[in-house]
Design a protein around this ligand. Structure first.
Ligand code: SAH
Length: 362
């Protein structure tokens, strides 16, 4: 008998409890899409891929570190069976049915793995995913994702877009968590090259733009060295999207004639730091800082020492484009404390300069 047709519903899940069984790659897109929809997500799984562990660590989803039991269904409005194990997913669906709950079953990885096309030339497409909301992925980026055999993604990529992949497409999570789990770039380069050499269409999906602190250049070099064809689909960098979504125009006539984007992941007094903060303090452009949450006090000190007034407007935009987006405005020397009090954490964009106090009503 033919499979019955499925009915696709646009469920409003804001504030509703949803249980996701599984925290491996089949669950990533679902967990992210549910988060984007404002659902209260609980994940039950003994192990989680880095992207999901990161969401749990940041308190965005709850994670029960253990195997599934039918008691987990209590209180849920919807259940997503995404364990990657077809038998377990079927059991979850049956239990949900018994309790009168709707259950969505995620595509399990196909049993025979990837179907290789040795005759076909594989390629690697570097896709910039924008700041996190899948709506800010470009049309070309979305088309590349839908055509992909393999998607190699990071935690800041628009992970909800992974629900739109071809059935059987493989997701590889190479998320790098600051000061925690780490996948060497060389290993990522190898993964890209190996899959492309097997004739697969590989998408390297990153947050923002792959060439803005995204190591896209290194991946292009690795592919070129291996003779693998590449394409680049630019994305909206959080350096631009973060301020914009936080209500801050990075340029505004009369306030500035430019802006400088820098990474603050190395403190100013560190010998690896190549940025001349004293020069930036007097450069006359506003500053957009990435990866600068931890080092903000030291950076503010260096800018003040270089002559920037302590009361220069400054703002921080965390989780730009996501439901957890949070903006704090203060001054150069008060922002780090104000952001910490408000509970802001990475990923966040910091803007320093007159535009950080922009008020559309003034
Ligand atoms: N390639 C990315 C940047 C990677 S570096 C891009 O073009 O956006 C990682 C840093 O990007 C984070 O530490 C943070 O400073 C910034 N970032 C990425 N996504 C963000 C978001 N949604 N909101 C705020 N900052 C973000």
């Amino acid at each position: 008998m033919a499979e019955p047709r499925r009915y696709v519903v646009g469920l409003a899940l804001e504030g509703r409890p949803v249980l996701v069984v599984g925290a491996g790659t089949p669950a990533i897109g679902h967990v992210a899409a549910l988060r984007d929809a404002g659902a209260r997500v609980t994940v039950v799984a003994t192990e989680a891929v880095a992207a999901i562990a990161d969401l749990a660590d940041r308190g965005i989803v709850a994670w029960r570190h253990r195997g599934y039991s039918p008691a987990d269904l209590a209180g849920a409005r919807l259940v997503v069976a995404a364990s990657g194990d077809a038998a377990l997913d079927a059991r979850v669906a049956d239990d949900a049915e018994d309790q009168g709950l709707l259950c969505v079953t995620a595509d399990a990885p196909s049993a025979d793995g990837l179907v290789d096309a040795p005759g076909r030339a594989g390629e690697v497409v570097l896709v910039g995913g924008g700041p996190g909301d899948p709506g800010l992925l470009t049309v070309a980026g979305l088309e590349a994702l839908r055509a992909a055999d393999v998607v190699v993604c990071d935690r800041l990529a628009p992970l909800a877009a992974l629900t739109g992949l071809r059935p059987g497409a493989e997701v590889v999570d190479v998320a790098k968590i600051p000061r925690g789990e780490f996948t060497a770039q060389e290993r990522i380069n190898d993964i890209l090259v190996e899959h492309a050499r097997a004739g697969r269409r590989v998408v390297r999906l990153k947050g923002g733009d792959n060439f803005v602190f995204g190591r896209g250049g290194e991946e292009l070099q690795a592919c070129a060295a291996a003779g693998v064809a590449t394409r680049v689909i630019p994305g909206i960098s959080s350096a631009l999207a973060g301020p914009a979504l936080g209500g801050i125009p990075v340029t505004h006539r009369g306030l500035n004639q430019g802006f400088t984007v820098v990474s603050g992941h190395v403190p100013p007094d560190d010998e690896r730091c190549t940025i001349d903060y004293a020069h930036l303090a007097r450069a006359g452009t506003d500053l957009v800082l990435l990866m600068a949450v931890a080092n903000l006090p030291a950076i503010a000190e260096a800018l003040v020492a270089g002559g920037m007034p302590a009361d220069t407007p400054a703002a921080m935009v965390a989780d730009a484009s996501l439901p957890s987006q949070h903006v704090v405005r203060a001054t150069l020397t008060t922002l780090a404390e104000a952001a910490a009090v408000a509970g802001l954490r990475a990923p966040a964009i910091t803007v320093v300069g007159a535009v950080a106090a922009f008020d559309p009503l003034v």
